[in-house]
Ligand binder design. Structure first.
Ligand code: PGA
Length: 258
């Protein structure tokens, strides 16, 4: 399982960041999980530079530019230079601050060009009885992956993060059942968008192909629900927000997967 810890802007001091890194290294040693930390950019620089541990790092966002006279921008290249291996792209909190379908697609291209694995966040604002949320997810995937070449398909990680489930507590998260259906739906859309990828049916028959994109879930993942969500839905991992910056909750969540 891939566990991505989205620290958002919760962590602002280096001592706390170092403590969370130490906890994460221990968890990575003790469990089967792959742990990726997404700290605020300056803290990522401080922790990831010369990092030789079993924990990897993700940018929380990258610039839509590739460099030059762009004051305040942090490019994919700059993140790669200090040791990031992944980049969250299109998180709803970034979309709320101006990310668009076009900028998300550009950022995916920049990440891939710099060797960062994009973690593309998609999620509907609400669930309607008519199922319009499904076309919303299809549209977000289609526009974001418009410039991705089929040979890059194994790099793409999709994090399904319904907006209505973010930042609450375990009982507000997606249900295991709904999540199982959505995971399958995302795999189906990815199979259409990235030709040559095995179909969901074929992968189910053969076991998971290493060429298949990973699908994660995020939104109020806590120790109380992570095991059920993991067991039911065919997910490859989780994107954890508030519970990832509390060492006790984070450790308890990861241990539930052991
Ligand atoms: P949450 O955040 O776990 O606090 O709901 C998840 C996310 O927004 O990535």
């Amino acid at each position: 399982m891939l566990i991505v810890a989205n620290w958002k802007a919760y962590v602002e001091d280096l001592a706390r960041a170092k403590k969370l890194l130490a906890v994460s290294k221990r968890l990575a040693r003790q469990s089967q999980a792959t742990i990726v930390l997404a700290p605020p950019a300056p803290l990522l620089g401080a922790l990831a530079l010369n990092n030789r541990s079993n924990v990897a790092f993700a940018a929380q966002d990258i610039s839509v530019t590739t460099g030059g006279a762009q004051t305040g921008e942090i490019t994919a290249g700059a993140f790669e230079a200090v040791g990031a291996a992944y980049a969250l792209i299109g998180h709803s909190e970034r979309r709320a601050r101006g990310d668009t379908a076009v900028s998300v697609a550009e950022k995916i291209s920049h990440a891939l060009a710099q060797g960062l694995r994009p973690i593309l966040c998609v999620g509907e604002p609400e669930r309607d009885a008519e199922g319009r949320y499904l076309s919303f997810i299809r549209e977000e995937l289609t526009s974001a992956l418009s410039a991705v070449a089929p040979r890059e398909r194994a790099e793409i990680i999709v994090a399904y993060e319904p907006l209505w489930a973010i930042g609450k507590s375990a009982d507000a998260a997606a249900s295991a059942n709904d999540l199982g259906e959505m995971t399958l739906y995302i795999r189906k859309v990815l199979a259409e968008l990235l030709p040559g990828r095995p179909s969901p049916e074929a992968s189910a028959r053969r076991g998971k192909s290493s060429r298949e994109s990973l699908v994660l879930y995020g939104g109020s993942v806590e120790p109380d629900n992570i095991r059920d969500l993991a067991a039911s839905s065919g997910l490859d991992g989780f994107l954890i927000g508030h519970a990832s910056v509390d060492p006790r909750l984070f450790a308890a969540s990861v241990k539930q997967l052991a």
